[in-house]
Ligand binder design. Structure first.
Ligand code: CMX
Length: 135
């Protein structure tokens, strides 16, 4: 079951100015930075009620974020949906014809299990399934 929107992620190239812009818009400061080496990104999180805004900066030339910015420029990159059972949701969505980009969930930021869905099969929007794990 999909429970709620966990975060909205934005790809940024000029992190310093974009962080300032989002801190101004939301009236709050970033509360966490986390390097996700496996994805080649540095993440910056702002909290907005029960949802987060994740700013993504590439730290490797061949990361998905570097490729995205090169092709489309800065902007909205993906929406992350918190699910109760990521394995079950991956099976359900595969059966519904949606392309699941990992065979098994990966470990992502925030100690979550994650799996991306191909935007070509989701109305042009990259979607990330996330499942919180008990610390
Ligand atoms: N949102 C919407 N469409 C996107 C997209 C995005 N974020 N990224 C790529 N696309 C589109 C491209 O525009 C392209 O469309 P066209 O064929 O119409 O031009 C199509 O998807 C294929 O894109 P591509 O540039 O050829 O790139 P790839 O196929 O190499 O990769 C994708 C696309 C989504 C499969 C790849 O980026 C991926 O596996 N993403 C999941 C991992 C990820 O994004 N990690 C970064 C975030 C990590 C984190 O949050 O921690």
């Amino acid at each position: 079951m999909v429970k709620y929107i966990d975060h909205i992620a934005i790809a940024v190239s000029d992190l310093v100015s974009t962080v300032q812009v989002f801190e101004t818009i939301l009236g709050t400061s970033i509360y966490k930075k986390e390097l996700v080496a496996s994805e080649g990104v540095q993440t910056y999180f702002l909290q907005l009620g029960g949802t987060k805004i994740e700013l993504l900066e590439s730290v490797s030339q061949d990361s998905a974020i570097a490729k995205f910015i090169h092709k489309k420029g800065d902007g909205m990159h993906h929406i992350a949906l918190e699910v109760d059972d990521i394995y079950q949701e991956m099976d359900r969505l595969k059966a519904a014809g949606i392309e699941v980009l990992n065979d098994i969930p990966k470990k992502g930021a925030d100690n979550k299990l994650i799996c991306f869905l191909h935007p070509k099969t989701t109305g042009g929007v990259l979607i990330e399934l996330v499942q919180s794990q008990v610390e």
